[in-house]
Design a protein around this ligand. Structure first.
Ligand code: PLP
Length: 347
C-alpha cells in the first residue's frame, strides 16, 4: 500500500529532472560571491519580487530571522498576527537573536487590520518598547493557507509609512497566494521593505529560501547570515533546484489548490468533521473533529493505518496539505479512506 502523505508540502522529494538540474549546476564559492547559479537565482527572485537584491539562505526561518535582526534593535517591538510562523515555529528566534518583543494581534483567518495595528503602535514614551516592524504572513500557514487581500496590505502599508515602521512579508507560500489570487508576487512585495520566500514548500525543492529587499538591506543581511552560520560555499546545486522549481513548479500550484478544494468539498459533509470551506483557499485544509465523543488522536492513528498521513493540530483538529507528490488519484483514495475511517464509531 502506498502512503498518501498529507502532513505538509515540505515532504516532497526532488523529481528526477530537478536532480538532473542540480547535478548539472555550475558552481563556485558563494563566500566570494562566485557561485553563478546562486547569483542567477538571487537575480531571478529579486526580479520576481521587484526588489533591488536578494540573498539565498538555508531556510525560511533564517530568512525571517535575518529580516527581523536587520530591521530592529534590542528593545524594539514587532506587531504581527497571533498565529504567525515566526512566533510559533522558529524557536523563539526573535527574542533570542534580535532581543525584540512582539505584540501579537488576533486575526481573522490570518488577516489583521490597519485599525488593530493603529491601536497597537506604542506612543513614543521612554518606558514603552519602540514599535519598529510589522510582520505579515501570506499565505497564512496556521489559518489554513489563507490569502491576504491586497487592499488590506495597502492600508497597513500606508499606516506603516505614516509611523515610520518597517514591513516584512513572510512569504514562505507567497507563490500559492499569487496563484490563488492572480496577484503577481511583486505586487504583494511592493508594500514591504523585506520579503522572504521558500522553495522547499509547494515548489518542491529540497532546501532553500531567499530574502529580498534593497541592496543596502541585503548587504546587512549577508553579514548576519554569516553570523547566524548560514554562509554557504558551492550551494549552486541547491540554487539550481530552486531555479528549476520556479520555472517548472510555480504554475502547477493550481493543481495542489484544486486537489485541496476537491478533498475539502468531499469531506465537508462527513460527520463529525468540520471544515470551513471559505478558508480553503490554497493547498491547506484545517479539519476539526466536532464530536467530543470522537477521539481525534485515535482517528488520526486509524487514518495512518490506512495509509493517509495528516498532522494533528491541538487535541481536536488536524491539518491536510496537498503538494507536488500528490496526484488526483491519491485525493480520491484519501477521500474514500476518510469516509471509511470516520464512519466507524470505534474511537
Ligand atoms: C515553512 C514556513 C517558514 C519557514 O520554515 P522553515 O522550517 O525554516 O523552512 C516560514 N514561514 C512560514 C509561514 C512557513 O510556513
Amino acid at each position: 500500500m502506498s502512503i498518501i502523505d498529507l502532513r505538509s508540502d515540505t515532504v516532497t522529494k526532488p523529481t528526477p529532472a530537478m536532480r538532473q538540474a542540480m547535478t548539472a549546476a555550475e558552481v563556485g564559492d558563494d563566500g566570494y560571491g562566485e557561485d553563478p547559479t546562486v547569483n542567477r537565482l538571487q537575480e531571478m527572485v529579486a526580479h520576481l519580487l521587484g526588489k533591488e537584491a536578494a540573498l539565498f539562505v538555508p531556510s525560511g526561518t533564517m530568512a525571517n530571522q535575518l529580516a527581523i535582526r536587520c530591521q530592529t534593535q534590542p528593545g524594539d517591538e514587532i506587531i504581527c498576527e497571533a498565529a504567525s510562523h515566526f512566533l510559533d515555529y522558529e524557536g523563539g528566534g526573535a527574542a533570542a537573536l534580535s532581543g525584540v518583543s512582539t505584540q501579537p494581534l488576533q486575526g481573522d483567518v490570518g488577516v489583521i487590520t490597519a485599525g488593530q495595528i493603529q491601536e497597537a503602535i506604542r506612543p513614543a514614551t521612554f518606558y514603552f518598547p519602540r514599535t519598529r516592524l510589522i510582520v505579515l504572513e501570506n499565505t497564512h500557514n496556521l489559518a489554513g493557507g489563507t490569502v491576504w487581500p491586497l487592499a488590506k496590505i495597502q492600508e497597513i502599508s500606508a499606516l506603516a509609512n505614516a509611523h515610520g515602521l518597517r514591513m516584512h512579508l513572510d512569504g514562505a507560500r507567497l507563490w500559492n497566494a499569487s496563484i490563488a489570487s492572480g496577484v503577481a508576487p511583486r505586487a504583494y512585495a511592493a508594500f514591504f521593505d523585506s520579503v522572504s520566500v521558500c522553495f522547499s514548500k509547494g515548489l518542491g525543492a529540497p532546501v532553500g529560501s531567499t530574502l529580498a529587499g534593497t541592496k543596502e538591506f541585503i548587504e546587512t543581511a549577508r553579514r548576519f547570515r554569516k553570523m547566524f552560520g548560514g554562509g554557504m560555499r558551492q550551494c549552486g546545486m541547491l540554487a539550481a533546484a530552486a531555479i528549476y522549481a520556479l520555472e517548472h513548479h510555480f504554475e502547477r500550484l493550481r493543481e495542489d489548490h484544486a486537489h485541496a478544494r476537491t478533498l475539502a468539498e468531499g469531506l465537508a459533509h462527513l460527520s463529525p468533521l468540520k471544515i470551513n470551506l471559505n478558508s480553503v483557499q490554497t493547498n491547506i485544509i484545517k479539519i476539526a473533529v466536532a464530536d467530543k465523543q470522537v477521539d481525534c488522536r485515535a482517528a488520526i492513528a486509524a487514518l495512518k493505518e490506512e495509509g493517509v498521513w495528516v498532522t494533528p493540530m491541538g487535541s481536536s483538529s488536524f491539518r491536510v496539505v496537498t503538494h507536488l507528490d500528490i496526484a488526483a488519484g491519491d485525493i480520491a483514495r484519501a477521500a474514500d479512506i476518510f469516509k471509511r475511517v470516520f464512519s466507524q464509531s470505534s474511537f
